[in-house]
Every structure is written in C-alpha cells, then in structure tokens.
Design a protein around this ligand. Structure first.
Ligand code: LLP
Length: 414
C-alpha cells in the first residue's frame, strides 16, 4: 500500500498535502512517510519472527538520524560501511551491539572506533583486512568478532553497478579461499570467529539468486562445522528489490519463506541487511518546475531538483515515477524532466507525459532509498531539506543546507 495518494486531486503524504510542505519548507525537498517506514520494518520483523533473527538496516540507503532513530526504537540493528555511519548510528541512539560493519576498505581508525563501541561483528572482506583487524584489536586488548564475507559467484541479474556477488566484483573473498581464511582467523589471538556473510547485489527482483548463494554459504558452513569451526550467525545481506516501474520483486514474506525453507533446521541466528526495501517507497522528492522549454521538437521541464539531489537516473538510468502534485486537465506533452546542472546526464525522467505549467510541483516517487544519501553539492548546490510526515504532523528532520556552509571549510591562499 502506498502512503502517498491523491485527495481532491492533490497529492498527499499521509494526511498532509505535498503542496503545503513545498510552501513551508521550499523545494527540492525529500518527504518521508513515517507510517511507510514503520510498516516496512514490521513486514520484515513479521516475516522473520519464526527464527532468531536481527534486522540490520543498511544505513547507506538513507542515513538521516531521525530515520535511524525510528528503526533503533523498533529494535533494529544496523549494517554500516564507514566510521561515519557508526557515528550516525550512535548519534541516533542505535545499539552498537546490533551493528555489523561491512565494506572492503576499513581503515585502522574505523576498526578501533568500532571495537571501542563493542559492535556485534566485522564482515571481513580480505586476508589483509583480517590481519589488520587482529592487529588493531590486539592494540586495544580486545577480541574482534569476525564474520567472513563470501563472494558466492552468483549472478544477481541486476544493474552491473549494483551487482556485488560475481567473481569479477571487488567484494568478499573467493569461495575457494574461504575455508583457509577461517582456519587462519581461528588461529589469530585477537579474532573471534562468529559468523558467515554474503551480499550479492541490490535491487534483486528474483528469489533464485538469493537461494543459490545461500546454498553455497550453507555448504561452506557444513565444511566449517566439520573442522570444528563454530558459526553462530548467518548474515544473508540485503538486496531485496522494489517495484519502481513494472518489476515484480518477491514480497518480503515470500522472500523470507524461501530463505527459511533453504535454511531448514539450522540453529544459527539469521541476520539480514535490507536497505532499499525498508525505505525506498517511503520517500518522494518534491520539486518545482522552473521553466518549460521546447528545443527542436523536444520538450523540457527544467525543475529545481537535479542529479546532485537524485543521482540514480544519471548513474544507473534508473526509472522513478513522476507525478504532478496537483492533478490538472491541461493537455499532456512528452517531457524530459531535467535539472539545472550543467550535464546532459542531469535528468530525473525522460519521455514523461504530463500537462505542465511553470511553477507546478512534481513528486519523484520511491526515492526514499539512495536519494538523499547519495546527494552531493555539485554545481555548489546546497542539499535538499528532509521532512517526515506522521498522519497530519510534519517534522523537518534536516534543514536545507546554506550556500555558506558549502565552502566554510575552504581558505584563500595567503
Ligand atoms: N549490505 C551490504 C553489504 C551492501 O553493500 C548493501 C548495498 C546492502 C546491504 C543493502 O542493499 P539493499 O537492500 O539496499 O539492496 N546506490 C544503488 C544501490 C547500491 C547498493 C550498495 N550496497 C542504487 O541507488 O540503486
């Protein structure tokens, strides 16, 4: 169910008209539905409840403190990929003992910070990282909880930029090397082997690749147990896709049921790292049409949101539905919806049939995941404001950046 719908021809977030949000907070502006966030978390919880599990929300999908805090209050754990994300989780009052730390390039100082915070586990992605983790933990006098991220070499059938579990990707360790690395880990004095991990990619719309990679992980787990290496949790990563246009991803319950069927009677705790499926549909990007222009038969609607606010169309050719905030009976034309940034890749949508006038508001749908979190200041554009709607209540959860903030760390040469 969507939490963004028309009432009297006006698009609303829950009970609040998006036009009122634009008037109050300006555009571009990300607007989230609290109910959508809560219900996504509850769907995962409900689907996983038959087993000991921990949902580790992938912070990178949307790292606003209010959203992290909302999930933390619901009992969520977190998947982080940097010291910065750890700080965010702590600032949002997340429980560090429910944090897993993924990523191929962890720096020593990020490892120490995570060890000091007593995180649940490091998802280690190389032998070099294992050795460094052992050394850093030794210096602090702690044992680092360790899980190895396996690259199962499974095709997730998604956009090549967001596939991570193929052998040509930089992520994880080769399946064939995993057993030797576990033996090594077990021999190190400051490492405590706890888990096994994989994450094969994002925006997966089929169940089969998840199952294929889980099968490989379980085969490895059996081998580990045979040689006396005990594993207490299986982290199956994130990656469950959502419907942006006409995709038909499995729903959360189907996905969980298929995983559980494969897991059978195993006793390990299940960790899952969903990002997109938790926040994607919960957000829209609100933008205003600045100009309509017509060049050699092409119609452009130049809006005040750009590729710096939402990179997905430029980077992956991603599709996001674009809806008028106010429904009208104006004749429709086919538009490219483009931003003010000086790049031809700066488009939000192409070939969209809309009846537009300058000053209209548009809502770019399903932008709650990898929207704001991937935004930049390119063209010295302050990043957008973020607002959460809860029924008829609206809260600003991130002020619009000011231009002065953008260069406050810069200096002139003397
Ligand atoms: N765990 C790890 C280790 C990851 O690298 C990711 C995403 C996730 C979990 C969460 O995956 P999700 O459930 O959100 O699919 N910027 C791209 C997506 C990049 C995903 C990176 N890793 C996009 O906008 O489509």
């Amino acid at each position: 169910m969507t939490h963004f719908s028309y009432k009297n021809k006006q698009l609303h977030a829950e009970a609040v008209a998006l036009a009122d949000i634009a008037t109050k907070f300006g555009t571009p502006c990300y607007v989230y539905s609290k109910t959508a966030l809560v219900s996504a978390f509850n769907s995962f919880s409900e689907a996983l409840k038959k087993r000991g599990h921990l949902i580790c929300y992938a912070v990178k999908a949307n790292s606003n403190l209010a959203i992290l805090n909302l999930f933390a209050r619901m009992g969520s754990g977190f998947d982080i990929v940097s010291g910065g994300e750890l700080k965010r989780v702590m600032a949002a009052r997340g429980d560090p003992r429910k944090v897993v730390f993924s990523g191929v390039g962890k720096k020593a100082e990020e490892m120490s910070a995570a060890l000091e915070a007593n995180i649940m586990c490091f998802n280690v992605e190389s032998e070099g990282e294992l050795l460094r983790l052992n050394e850093v933990a030794g210096k602090i006098g702690k044992k680092a909880p360790f899980s190895l991220r396996i690259n199962p070499d499974v095709d997730p059938k998604t956009h090549p930029y967001i596939a991570t579990g193929l052998k040509e990707n930089k992520f994880g360790v080769d399946y064939a090397d995993a057993l030797a690395l576990y033996r090594k880990a077990q021999s190190l004095p400051h490492i405590e082997v706890t888990g096994i991990d994989c994450h094969i990619g994002s925006q997966l719309t089929e169940i089969a690749p998840f199952i294929d990679s889980l099968e490989r992980i379980l085969a490895l787990l059996d081998k580990l147990e045979k040689v006396g290496i005990a594993i207490s949790h299986i982290d199956i990563g994130g990656g469950l896709g959502i419907r942006y246009r006409d995709e038909t991803p499995p729903n959360i319950a189907e996905y969980a049921a298929a995983l559980f069927a494969k897991l059978g009677k195993r006793r390990q705790k299940i960790l899952i790292e969903p990002g997109r499926a938790m926040v994607g549909h919960a957000g829209v990007l609100l933008t205003r049409v600045e100009y309509l222009k017509h060049n050699r038969g092409n119609n452009f609607a130049i809006v005040d949101a750009a590729m710096n606010d939402l990179q997905r169309p430029a980077l992956y050719g991603a599709y996001h539905e674009i809806l008028p905030v106010s429904q009208s009976s104006r004749p429709r034309r086919t538009y490219e919806i483009a931003g003010p940034v000086c790049e031809s890749a700066d488009f939000i949508g192409r070939g969209r049939k809309l009846g537009l006038a300058e000053g209209d508001l548009l809502a770019v749908m399903s932008t709650g995941a990898y929207g704001m979190s991937m935004s930049s200041n390119y063209n010295t554009r302050p990043r957008a404001a973020e607002v959460i709607v809860d029924d008829d209540k609206t809260t600003l959860i991130r002020r619009r950046e000011t231009t002065d903030q953008l260069f406050s760390g810069e200096t002139l040469l003397s």
